[in-house]
Write a new protein. Structure first.
Length: 182
C-alpha cells in the first residue's frame, strides 16, 4: 500500500511539473504566491512548479461567433440570437452575421486576470450587441439592402476593433448575413 501511495505522489509531481502547449494556444500561469504571472507560454513543453502553479490554456486561433435566428446558446457558447436594431429612420431590422476573432496571445494574461475564463459572456456578447446597434442606428433600413453592406461591415469591424482590442481580443472580420425587416 505504501508503494502505491508513493508511486501516485511521484506521478503527480512528475506530470505536474510540465505544461504542454499545443499549436494555436498559449498558456498562462497562476502562482499561489504571486497571482497571474505576466509571462505567456507559447506552444511547446514548459516547466512549472507542481501544486504551486496552475496552468490555463487559451485558444489563440480564429474563432467564429455566429449571430443568427434561433441560435441555441446551450449548444454552443460562441454565438447569439439575431440582433434586432433600430435604424436612423426608426425602422427595426433583424441582423444575422458572423464575427471572426481571436485572443491576442501577448495579452492573454491580462484577459485572464481582469476578465476571467468566461470572457465571451462578460465581454464579447454584450460588446457585439451594443456596437451592432450603435452602427445600425447610423444607417437607414434601405441601406442594409443596397450596396452599402460593405460600408456597414467596415463600420461594424471598426467599432468592434476599438471596443475589444484594449481587452486583448482581436477582431479579424465582420460578415453580414441575412437581414430582415422587423
Amino acid at each position: 500500500m505504501d508503494k502505491l501511495i508513493i508511486s501516485i505522489a511521484i506521478e503527480d509531481i512528475l506530470f505536474g511539473m510540465f505544461v504542454s502547449v499545443p499549436p494555436g494556444y498559449v498558456a498562462c500561469i497562476y502562482s499561489h504566491g504571486k497571482g497571474v504571472l505576466l509571462k505567456v507560454l507559447r506552444p511547446g513543453l514548459h516547466l512549472k512548479l507542481p501544486f504551486w502553479h496552475k496552468a490555463k490554456l487559451f485558444n489563440t486561433q480564429v474563432q467564429e461567433y455566429q449571430i443568427r435566428h434561433g441560435f441555441d446558446i446551450v449548444e454552443s457558447e460562441l454565438g447569439d440570437d439575431e440582433i434586432i436594431a433600430a435604424t436612423s429612420d426608426t425602422r427595426n431590422v433583424g441582423l444575422e452575421m458572423t464575427v471572426l476573432f481571436h485572443i491576442d496571445p501577448d495579452n492573454a494574461t491580462q484577459l485572464w486576470q481582469h476578465i476571467g475564463d468566461d470572457y465571451v459572456e462578460k465581454i464579447i456578447r454584450p460588446t457585439i450587441r451594443s456596437r451592432v446597434r450603435t452602427v445600425a442606428s447610423q444607417f437607414t433600413a434601405n441601406d442594409f439592402f443596397t450596396n452599402t453592406r460593405a460600408e456597414i461591415e467596415r463600420s461594424l469591424h471598426h467599432e468592434l476593433t476599438i471596443s475589444l482590442a484594449p481587452k486583448g481580443i482581436v477582431v479579424v472580420d465582420v460578415l453580414l448575413g441575412n437581414i430582415t425587416p422587423k
